[in-house]
Design a protein around this ligand. Structure first.
Ligand code: FAD
Length: 492
């Protein structure tokens, strides 16, 4: 009887344990992706959060790439649409499959649904077999001495690393044989993932979804940037097309086009093969530590399933967040009057991605300068990031706000001018994304309001017309946020 391989957050054929196990069983396969947009859940089964617009664009192209990769080894991707439980039922009825192989997901809805599906399928004699493809170490394997979850990164990562060697990535199956009893499936266009109005041109210019590009990016990163990663990763001015200092692997990881085991072993191979020592070795280790933050985010999401919707630190439930639709809109559109914030928000809108340092600055601006609830920012990032991730996005927003685990304290408030001057010293980043300020001299670029009228005129800048005045004064915003925080501490 054939086996169903159900792809979800693992859109790759290399280091895909579910696919590998199914292929090596000698049975016929059905490789399927089930698109669930807009369909109601079945029998109280939760549905995973729907991807946002930028991620949908990515998913469209990632599914096309996965189909090509499967065809290269003799298979193809069957595309179905509808509630997963019902679609699986139909597929099993039609093909007589008695096993469904998956790689595990860890978002609370997806994980709960997998547990319910295991029972539902077992009732009809079908086994759901699950594997780990997404993480180096699954959330429940890293435990404190008393058996609980970690809430502080450094001991978490120490404990994770002490678990022993990360298994080597599995090779792709050389050949798979597909069952011919499967239905024809839908064309990719039937999923409606690409936008009707083509706003994705900037995303398409920067990104190529699929495993092949993920491997290319990893190779380029290892060849060009690994030794400088630690010193330069915080500099958005070093981030420009074709010369990014960070790996830009996040959307590929998000959709499972490359697995963390592959990255882990490639970095270790580089350390050994090139005999990296001193700062270069520390830089490589620093890069692996960032993968550790991804693991930590999943650890938190698994152990604190309300992470996407509730403050991890409950005392923040009483925080007096402001209702400020105009402020939120200015932030979303990159019109706050603070150039580093606006550059970040425009990079996000135009390219579906934002440099990590600027993610921190823009998120901090929303929750501290504007005192808008972090959930509004998380939702915007969810809709606009190609790497919008159920764990990393929510954990990072809570981290920036100070409501999360091991978080930056709320009272530490970034000064957007100093952040810009420090991390975009020559203004390359701001000039790229806020071109109306491009002719300002460096010393006024991050604070155009401080420039004399003659300098503004010479640069073609009219504040309030060609570029906004700051929507909030930094010193005032800082005092307001600190007062609100002090009030919260007094009452909780
Ligand atoms: P690199 O620096 O090359 O790092 C390699 C990989 O490590 C990344 O691809 C990513 O998988 C992981 N990583 C790096 N930094 C972090 C981090 N701080 N937390 C978790 N994982 C990390 N990352 C996402 O993948 N999805 C998100 O939705 C997301 N939302 C964020 C929201 C906010 C407010 C902030 C401050 C950060 C967010 N991050 C998110 C984390 C981080 O900004 C991105 O992972 C990183 O910028 C991706 O670029 P890169 O692949 O070049 O990273």
């Amino acid at each position: 009887r054939p086996s169903v391989v159900w792809f979800r957050q693992d859109l790759r054929i290399t280091d895909n344990p579910a696919l590998r196990r199914a292929a090596s069983s000698g049975r016929l396969l059905i490789c399927v992706y089930i698109h669930e947009d807009d369909d109601p859940a079945v029998e109280g089964m939760p549905s995973p959060r729907k991807p946002g617009a930028a991620a949908r664009w990515w998913l469209h192209h990632a599914l096309a790439a996965l189909d090509r990769d499967l065809r290269a080894i003799g298979g193809h991707l069957l595309r179905l649409k509808g509630p997963a439980a019902l679609e699986l039922d139909r597929l099993i009825d039609r093909t007589g499959a008695d096993r469904v192989l998956v790689n595990r997901v860890y978002d609370p809805e997806g994980a709960t649904r997998d547990r319910m599906l295991t029972e539902r399928l077992a009732a009809r004699g079908v086994r759901l077999l699950s594997h780990n493809a997404l993480l180096l170490h699954e959330p429940w394997t890293v435990r404190t001495r008393t058996g609980g979850p970690y809430q502080v990164f450094t001991p978490f990562w120490r404990a994770a690393r002490a678990l022993g060697e990360v298994p080597a990535p599995l090779p792709a199956p050389a050949q798979i044989d597909m069952a011919d009893t499967a239905p024809a499936g839908l064309p990719l266009a039937a999923f409606g993932l690409t936008p009707a109005i083509d706003w994705a041109g900037g995303i398409a210019r920067d990104w190529t979804p699929g495993s092949a590009d993920a491997r290319r990016r990893l190779g380029d990163f290892l060849d060009l940037h690994l030794p400088d990663y630690k010193s330069d990763r915080g500099r958005p001015d070093r981030d420009h097309p074709g010369a990014d200092i960070t790996s830009r692997l996040s959307p590929h990881l998000r959709f499972g086009e490359i697995g963390p085991r592959t990255i882990w072993h490639a970095v270790h191979h580089r350390i050994e093969a090139e005999g990296l020592t001193g700062p270069a070795r520390a830089s490589a280790q620093g890069f692996l530590t960032e993968l550790g933050w991804r693991e930590f985010s999943y650890h938190l999401l698994h152990h604190f399933p309300h992470l996407p919707t509730r403050n991890l630190k409950h005392q923040f439930d009483a925080f007096p967040w402001r209702d400020d639709p105009a402020g939120l809109a200015a932030w979303q559109r990159g019109l706050t009057g603070y150039p580093i914030v606006d550059a970040g928000m425009r990079q996000l809108w135009q390219t579906g991605w934002m440099h990590n340092r600027v993610r921190m600055v823009t998120a901090s601006f929303l929750v501290k300068h504007l005192m808008i609830y972090w959930g509004a920012g998380e939702a915007w990032f969810w809709d606009t990031l190609v790497d919008a991730d159920p764990a990393s996005n929510t954990a990072s927003w809570q981290w920036v706000t100070g409501t999360g685990a091991d978080a930056a304290p709320y009272f530490r408030i970034f000064n957007p001018v100093l952040q810009g001057e420090r991390f975009d010293a020559d203004g390359r980043y701001v000039r790229r994304f806020v071109p109306e300020l491009a002719r300002l001299p460096d010393r006024f670029l991050h604070k155009p309001w401080a420039a004399p009228a003659s300098v503004l005129t010479a640069a073609g800048v009219t504040l309030g017309t060609t570029y906004p005045h700051p929507i909030v004064d930094h010193a005032h915003a800082r005092d307001r946020a600190l007062a609100a925080f002090a009030g919260l501490r007094a009452t909780t």
